[in-house]
Design a protein around this ligand. Sequence first.
Ligand code: BDP
Length: 571
Amino acid sequence: MLYPQRNKYRQYIDLSGIWDFRFDTKNEGLKENWQSGFDKSQPIAVPASWNDQFADNRDFLGPAWYQTYFDLPWGWTDQKVILRFGSVNYIADVWLNGDQLGQHEGGHIPFEFDITSKLKAYNNHLIMRVDGDLADDRVPPGGRPMFYPATNFDFFPYCGIHRLVLLYSVPNDGIEDLTIRTFIEGNMGKVQIILECVEKSSLTANIDLKGHGVDLSETMIMEDKTTEFTIEVPNAALWDTEHPNLYNLTVELLKNDVVFDSYRLKIGIRTIEVSGDQLLLNGKPIELIGFAKHIDFPITGRGYNPAVIIKDYSLMKWIGANSFRTSHYPYSEQMMDLADQLGFLVIDETPAVGLTFHKHHITRHLELCKQYTRELIARDKNHPSVIMWSLANEPHSSTKSKEFFRELYDLSKETDPTRLVTIINMQGVRDRAFEFLDIVCMNRYYAWYIGPGQIDEGCVGLSNEIDRFYQKYSKPIIIAEFGADTIPGWHSQPPEMFSEEYQVEFLKKYIEVINNKPYVIGQHIWNMCDFKTPQGIHRVGAYNYKGVFTRDRRPKMAAHMLRRLWTKSSE
Ligand code: BDP
C-alpha cells in the first residue's frame, strides 16, 4: 500500500480540521437516516480521539457520527480519486453523497475507498458512523468488569478518527504498489524492487536510485502486472542505528515513451537476522535498548499529534534509546518514516492485545488477526526501521494458541520473508508458539505484581526464569516490558513502591540481570511515558504511572539514571 504523495502525476489534500459530530447514545442514527445528513451536531477536531474533547461523554465509546464537506480540487477530473483514512477506531461505516462506500473494522490501520464514480465537483458530503464499543468478539476484545470502560487491556479505549483523512488522486493505470527488499553481498548492496501496476500493456518503468555518491538508472519492460528486478549498489552506505543512510528511489512509468506516473520512496539497505543467540543487523550483533510506548496525550488522546512524535524521538535520542515497540497497535506512517530517518529499530505490533482464545470467538479473532497482519505488512513493509512483526501482546494461553499463531506466523513469512516474527509473552503463561517464533519476548513484573517491594528477590526470580526460557527454546530473548508505577515527586528512603527511588532501583537492577546474559538481546522498559487507562482500583486517577517520563514528557529521576547508563555519560 503506497502512501499518497504529491508530484506532477499524483496529488493529495488533507481533510483535517473541524468537522460536525454527534453522539448516538440511543443508537438511532441508522434508523433515522443520519447517513444522509444529520443536524444537532457539535464541532469536533479531526484527527483526535473524541473522548477528551468535550466536558461530557468521556467514557462513551460509540456509535458516534462525523460529517464534513469538500470540493473536488481543480485538475483532478481525469484521475482516479481515493479517500484514505489513516486510522479510525474501531468500526467505521462511510457514506459519500448518500452512497455507502463500505465498512472497515480495526483501529490503527489505514483503509481507503475509490470514490471516482461518486464524486461531484462541489460540496461532496462525507458522513461516517464510528463504533468503538468493546465486545468479546472484537480484537482487541473487551471484557474485564474490574475496569471501566471494561477493556481486556490496560490503556484507555480511545475512539474516533485518529489519523489524517486524505483525498488523493493517481493516474488511472499507474503504479499500484512497490515492495523493496534489500540484501548485502560483501560491499555490494542489492535492492530488489517488486513493482505492481494496474495495467500491464506495453509499459516501461524507469528506476532511479540516488544518494551517497551514486546515481543508478535502469529501464524495464513490464511483462506482467508485477515485475521484479534488482539494482546493485557498489560500496553501499548501509542503514543502521548510528548511520541511518537512506537512498532516494524513484520509479517512473511510461506509455509510448511518455511518463504518466511516478513514485518516490526513501529506502535503506540493511539486513536483519537471528544467528544462534544473536540478533544481527547487517551481519553485526545489535542490542535493542529503549521502550515499549503508547500513543497517548492529554486532549488529543490517541490522535495524530506531530509535535508529540517529534518530542518523543528527541527524548529517546537524549536518553540513549535505539529502538521501541509499537505497543499495542501500529503507530502512524509519519512515526515510521521518522524511525527510518532517525535510525530507530522498531518492533511493529498488530492491534492483537489481550486475546483470550474463548471457543466462541476464536475463529473470528483469527480472521481479524490475519486481516491486521496483512494490512500492517502491506503498510510498513518498506521501512528499514521495522525489523520484527509482533503478532500479539500477552495472548492468554490455551491449547489453541499454538496453532493460532502458527497460522499467523506462516502468513507473515509468506507475505514478508525478510523480517523476524514474534509474540510478546505474559508472565505466568506458557506460549508454546516460541517453538517456532524467531525470538522470545518476555514481559516481566517481578518485584511489582509478583513479590511486590522485593527487588533483590525479584531479580533472582527474573534471572532464573530467563535461564529456563533460554534452555527451553535456545533463541535470543528480549525483555519486552519491565517497569514500576512511579508517582512523580514521590520519594522514599529506603525505596518503596511508587516512589521515584524504587523505580530507579528496580530498573537498574533489572538491567544488571539483563546485561549479564549474553542471549538477552533487548531491554524495552514499560513505559516510556505515563498514560491514560480505564478506571480501576489499580490505576490511581485512571493512569498507568510506569512512565520514565510523565504524560506531558517531563523526566522522572529514572530518566536521568537511564541516560547515564545508556549513553555511558557521566552527566
Ligand atoms: C503488561 C501489559 C501492559 C500493561 C502492563 C502494566 O502488556 O499493557 O500496561 O502490564 O500492568 O502486562 O503496567
